[in-house]
Design a protein around this ligand. Structure first.
Ligand code: GDP
Length: 231
């Protein structure tokens, strides 16, 4: 259980999977400046192409085609936002960020991706958490490490972070345990878990974490302090 679940100020957690089942497409943007700003907590899903990001989002939402990976390189650079909330209300947004590391992508596309990701992660207002999806058979690649470096200052400032090792059904129990401890080490001791869309491993755990992140009391930011009028 995360700290937020026992936080007296956080609302009681409902069925987190029923909550995520309400996920619906909100908007898409090719460029960061075209992404609308909003006042709801946002959670970013990041990972290299083929890591299982779309499958993870679809499994959490129990929808077959909410997120789909475009198979055409260069057309996967959009940021897609999904709204989540019951009774038509939106209480959180999920951001599906472009997958990276696709071998056929040009150097320019790679550099553009790095700029977009760095900018998004460094500047996105209301970003409450980041989920990094990694195929444990590949481990953390150079681009995953670069992403962790971009995330580090925000995590130090209170951003939630979770490393999700996908396709866990392809590993034996012992391999899974080993992959998890190596991942934790590489992620600087951060929170990590195994996940399998096929066997539904870790699905509810991750759903609970996302609920807790988006419904815990908001951390103070310069904007919230200014809005309160204390400065
Ligand atoms: P993305 O590029 O990160 O969005 O990756 P996808 O979600 O498209 O998944 C890449 C490939 O991995 C697809 O062939 C999926 O069917 C497969 N995959 C994703 N999740 C799992 C899983 O939990 N178990 C297994 N065995 N395969 C998976």
């Amino acid at each position: 259980m995360s700290a937020a679940a026992s936080d007296a100020h956080a609302p009681a957690r409902p069925d987190s999977l029923a909550w995520l089942h309400t996920a619906r497409f909100f908007t898409t943007a090719a460029q960061l400046q075209h992404l609308p700003t909003h006042d709801k907590p946002e959670i970013a899903f990041v990972g290299r192409s083929n890591a299982g990001k779309s499958t993870c989002i679809n499994t959490l939402a129990q929808q077959k085609r909410l997120a789909f990976a475009s198979k055409t390189p260069g057309r996967t650079q959009h940021i897609n936002l999904f709204a989540v909330g019951r009774q038509g209300e939106t209480d959180a947004l999920l951001a599906d960020l472009p997958g990276y590391g696709y071998a056929a992508v040009s150097r320019e596309d790679k550099l553009r991706w790095q700029r977009v990701m760095a900018q998004y992660l460094a500047t996105r207002a209301n970003l409450r958490g980041a989920v990094l999806l990694v195929d444990p058979r590949l481990g953390l690649t150079e681009l995953d490490q670069a992403l962790l470096e971009v995330l580090r200052p925000r995590v130090e400032d209170g951003l939630n972070f979770r490393l999700v090792l996908t396709k866990a059904d392809k590993l034996s129990r012992a391999e899974g345990a080993k992959a998890l401890s190596i991942a934790r080490l590489n992620a600087g001791g951060g929170s990590a878990q195994l996940f399998s869309a096929l066997k539904k491993t870790g699905v509810r755990d991750l759903a609970d974490v996302l609920w807790d992140w988006t419904h815990a009391d908001s951390p103070e930011t310069p904007e919230t302090i200014a809005a309160r009028g204390d400065v």
